[in-house]
Each structure stands twice: as C-alpha cells, then as structure tokens.
Design a protein around this ligand. Sequence first.
Ligand code: AMP
Ligand code: MG
Length: 477
Amino acid sequence: MENYKPDPVFESLGREKGAPFYDPVAAAAFPEHVVRYRNRRWAEKVGLGRLSEAEWIAHFGRFEPLPDNLSAPVAIRYHGHQFRTYNPDIGDGRGFLFAQLRDDQNRLLDLGTKGSGKTPYSRFGDGRLTLKGGVREVLATEMLEALGVYTSKTFSLIETGEKLYREDEPSPARSSVLVRLSHSHVRFGAFQRLAYEKNGEAIAALVDYCIAQFYPALGDKAGEARIVSFFRTVVQHTAQLVAQWMAAGFVHGVLNTDNMNVTGESFDYGPWRFTPVADPSFTAAYFDQTGLYAFGRQAEAGAWNLAQLGGALSLLAPVDALNEALQSFSGAYEEAMAEAFFRRLGVQRRGESDFAFVADFLKWMTETGAPYERVFFDWFCGSASENRAAQSPAAELYEQEKFADIRNALTSFTPEKPERLSHDYFSGKPCAMLIDEVEAIWAPIAEKDDWSLFDAKLEEISRMREALGFDASRFSP
Ligand code: AMP
Ligand code: MG
C-alpha cells in the first residue's frame, strides 16, 4: 500500500459541536459477500491495488475502516429539489462517506457507498441497492470515463445475498453494495440544506472546504468575492459537465440538485440511458413523464440547479453578483460544447466559430436521425477517416447533399493525434451502450449467474478507452 495516501479531511468540518454536515453511521451486516467487480486500474492509482480478496471484502463489503482513515462512516447531510420540488427530508439514505485519500495526482478522492444500509435519512427505504442497479452503475461509469466525461468511478461491487423488493425490477431482486470513487460528494443540496437552516457560518465553512480541496486558485479571495468566485467556478464546471454528457450522447435521467456535485463531476447513476440518435426529447427515466431531464434539456436542468445553489449562497453574497455569475452559464456552455465535441471528433479547435459548427453538426444529426455513436466512430480525426467513413454501414448518409457542409467543415479541421486510428478498435465496430444491450448483459446474470457478457463488455470498453486516449483528468479541478 505504498501509494495509499489517507486524508480524511471531511472530518475537519465536523469537529465543533453541532456541526451540521454529517452523522456517524454504521454499515449493515450482510449475509454474503461475492465480489462482482473490482476496479483494478483505479485501485492501483490510489494504492489499494494489492489487497487480497479477503481484505477487499473486509473494507468494501464489511466496511472495516481503512488505515488512518475515517474511524466511522458518515452519512452526509443534504436537501434537494427533486423534479423541481424542494425535499427537506433527504440526505445519504443508502450510502455514506467511507474514506478519503489522494490519487496519483494528489487530488482528494472520496470512497462513498451505495446500498450500505439504513441511515437517519433512509425514510421509507431499505438502504439497499439491487445487483442490477450496481451492474448498471458499473457500465455507466466505465463508458463515460472512456468517452472522456468527468465522472465518478465505480470502485467495487459486491453481491450481498439479500432479497430486495422493488417496483421497477422483478422481485425479489438480488442485493449488492457499491463503492464509488469521486472527487468529493459535496452536492448543491448540501448548501441548500444549510441555507434552509439559515446557517451562513456553515455555508462559509463548506465554501472554505471546497476552495481548499478543489479550487485552490480561489484561495486568496475573501468575503463576498470569495463566495461569488466559488459560484462562478461551479457554474463553469457544471456547463462543462453537461457539454460532456451531450457529446457522449448520455442522459443522466435524474438531474435533481442532490445529484449535482460542486466539482462538476457526474455521479449517481440510476435510470441513465445513452441515446441512439440526437433526439432532444429522448428521456431516460420512466417516471420522468414530462421529459424534464430529456437529452435536449440537460443544459436547462443544469442552469436551473445552479440557480438554486446561487439562491443558497445568497445568504452570504449579493444576489446581483451571483446572478451575473449565473449568466456566464450560456457562454461557458457554448465553449464547453465546442471543446467536448471537437475532442470527441478527434479534431483540433479552430476558434471563434467552433460552436457554430457544433450547432450545425447536431442539427444534422437530429434531422437525419444518424446513429449517434457510429458517426463519432466513423469520423474520428476528420479527414484522416474519410476512406473509413466511406466503407461504413452509414456511408449512404454521408453521401447525401445535406451532409456536404458538415463534411467540408469536418475535413478542413486538423486531425488531433490521427495515429490513434491505428488502434484495432477502429477496424471493428463502435462500442455503444444502448438500453437493449444493457438488458441483454443483465439477462444471463439474472437467469443463470452468467457474467460473460458483462466481462466481455468491460473488455470492449477498455479497448475503446485506450483507442480514444482521452485524458480523463483534463476537466478535473
Ligand atoms: P437518488 O434518487 O438515488 O439520488 O436518491 C434520492 C434520495 O433517496 C437520497 O436521499 C437517497 O439516499 C434516498 N434513497 C434512494 N433509494 C433509497 C433506499 N433504497 N433506501 C433508502 N434511501 C434511499
Ligand atoms: Mg442521489
């Protein structure tokens, strides 16, 4: 464990009596522990790659504290707007912060759980996660990381041998406990809760924590300027995150303020879906009847959520200044869309008009119903892929007059590291993750505990990640 760097700084927020950030909790005792997924790549990066299976289960199934780390797990307190309705009864209801450590770039990471048992915030819930829910979170995080989205990573998934009852899954359903690795779990909702309690002092303390850990460049700012510049930074990171989801064709599904992290890191994957085509109305969650969080409305959701965060911060800074910072969202979003789409297309940025190209490109994608992942695959590195695109099953689409302008633009951009095309990933088929495939991966697990499709998919995603070679840390704080 030579690279293991424990740093349980979240505790420092709560040493004073009555500190309103978290509650110590205990993990549930599970009847069984079967390791279903172990993120060896990230375990290596945080110095936990050498644990034996028994040690892995002790820490990530029974939650025995890691050395020199949090002495007991803590359920983090937060509120949130759920589908635009304020809910003051939530908080970590089936998870907790288990440990904090630093990665190979010295950034602070949280090990947080999902499905680890009841807490004071469980309400009517059982505090558990279904195995299918855990498998889906693994698939989402692996895909998003490969596609260059700033996302939490799934660290561990252990099947726990209980029977769960769920409306949206055949029941009894198998149970699991998941550990996620994330650059913090400070949700917009944590600030909302403190504002609800009119606790300005605690808001200032939480801003201090975020600046010290995630945005040290703001460290010299004081007073109202400190709050406003923190907010402006969160606005920018949120705009980047939404743009990355768009470029990945990803619909998070539940963009409530308790699912938004101030670092702009994507996390908490429930009813997510990848969209087959650029359909703005494509919706992930069956319970999202109005399409509030549809593919084409994610930027609006991000901005609305930011407005709520700004509202909470208005206890400590003038509304006008916060509003002005919020107004920077649309410009930041256009810039981030250009960045994210050019990166996914493997071409170099040109400047001013880059967003105009992205808008035209998306318009063409929407109007023609072009297969999302396929287009990025076929045209990776622009002109360097022209011959390959001509051989694609979608080639006919590229011959149409409607595509002429897009083609001209695409092939005029300078390819970024076109040597990436020599990876054998590009002689195969695009790696996608549409809902039918997710269900097809799950079916044999449910029917006969056959994990071969799941393992094969992780292998395929890994090859795509290597082929694309996106620097996952690029958008990190
Ligand atoms: P989510 O929609 O997963 O972000 O969850 C919203 C809130 O409901 C959070 O406070 C969760 O902790 C809580 N929650 C979700 N599922 C459960 C469950 N099975 N048991 C207890 N709390 C839950
Ligand atoms: Mg959540």
